[in-house]
Unconditional design. Structure first.
Ligand code: SF4
Length: 334
């Protein structure tokens, strides 16, 4: 295997050459593992086995890119990040510093190398999706813009940074011949995704009059995050809940969607939904696009986004267009 790495083979060979069929199968197995468990098992490996994993990694990424499905991409990125945490937590402080710098985070270590000091903006950037109370900035001591956290907490923040980086790099473009060569592996993964989707609460059915295909990118991305077990920021959780209530979704259905969240609590979720739904006297409306963007909850504008200023308007226009198309089709058929 060492010779393979030294010979500088390209991903084209990995995906097409008969000699690498086992590696392709391992790449596919890793993607399946991320779908089933939301994690890639941390295995203490000898060198040849570690090198095999290393070569299977680009194959797994290519398979995920070919499938180009929000759910599997997020699930894969989450699993790679979780696995990377197991390695990061074991790094010595110098290596950790270097890795953090690669992600644009500058840290300095304390005298015992147990804690690190970082700028609070770097901290918030990755900690805002972590919901345990200890991650709240209020629960940290900030002095002159800097705060101190344990090496373990930094590793958790790095895990989040890795997740974002992997996710933002996917899908990447895959040449047609590679796509063709990987077809059997892609089909197997696609089948696993379909089976999982039919078992989960968020299917296209069961929404009543609500049309999920017309959701704006901000909301469908948030739903994909939840389904893939990725934490949502508090503001995104609020926006998603208000949006769904505003378009007439039943609180029970919304609770079902949140069930896949890493920190799901049925009681808390039901309480939050009923609070947002007016139980305390105020009924909330989904924030406008400008607020969504300020809170970092706008994933980028789809063509329709350029014409609207509110996610609810996006949805209504899309539903209107869809209805019009369907009416025209019916008229055409008669
Ligand atoms: S522009 Fe508005 S509707 Fe479109 S994704 Fe961003 S927040 Fe959502």
């Amino acid at each position: 295997m060492m010779d393979i790495i030294k010979s500088n083979i390209g991903s084209n060979d990995l995906c097409t050459h008969l000699a690498f069929a086992r590696l392709r199968s391992t790449g596919k197995d890793r993607v399946l593992e991320t779908l089933q468990d939301g994690a890639i098992k941390y295995r203490r490996r000898n060198k040849p086995a570690a090198e095999k994993e290393l070569l299977a990694y680009p194959i797994a990424r290519i398979i995920v890119s070919c499938i180009d499905n929000n759910y599997s991409t997020k699930r894969y990125a989450l699993a790679v990040a979780r696995l990377s945490y197991e390695h990061i937590i074991e790094l010595k402080i110098d290596a950790l510093k270097e890795l953090a710098a690669d992600f644009g985070i500058n840290i300095t270590a304390d005298a015992r190398n147990m804690n690190v000091v970082m700028h609070f903006t770097d901290y918030i950037k990755h900690a805002h999706v972590l919901h345990e109370p200890k991650w709240k900035l209020l629960n940290r001591t900030v002095e002159q813009g800097m705060l101190t956290i344990s090496k373990g907490d930094l590793s958790r923040l790095m895990e989040e940074a890795v997740r974002k980086k992997v996710e933002s790099g996917l899908p990447h473009e895959v040449p047609h011949d590679i796509h063709e060569a990987l077809k059997p592996y892609i089909s197997e993964v696609q089948e696993a995704i379909n089976t999982r989707a039919s078992k989960q609460g968020f299917s296209r059915d069961g929404f009543g009059e609500v049309v999920p295909d017309c959701f704006p990118p901000c909301i469908s991305t948030a739903i994909a995050d939840v389904q893939a077990n990725v934490n949502l920021s508090h503001t995104m959780r609020f926006s998603m809940t208000t949006f769904m209530l505003n378009i007439g979704m039943k609180p029970e259905k919304i609770t079902e969607i949140f069930r896949a969240s890493p920190d799901f609590s049925e009681q808390d979720t039901k309480y939050q939904i009923s609070h947002i739904n007016g139980a305390s006297g105020t009924t909330y409306t989904c924030p406008a696009c400008a607020t969504m963007a300020t809170n970092g909850n706008c994933p980028g504008k789809a063509p329709m986004c350029k014409k609207i200023e509110h996610p609810l308007v996006y949805y209504r226009r899309k539903v209107w267009i869809l209805n019009k198309k369907q009416a025209a089709q019916v008229a055409h058929e008669h």
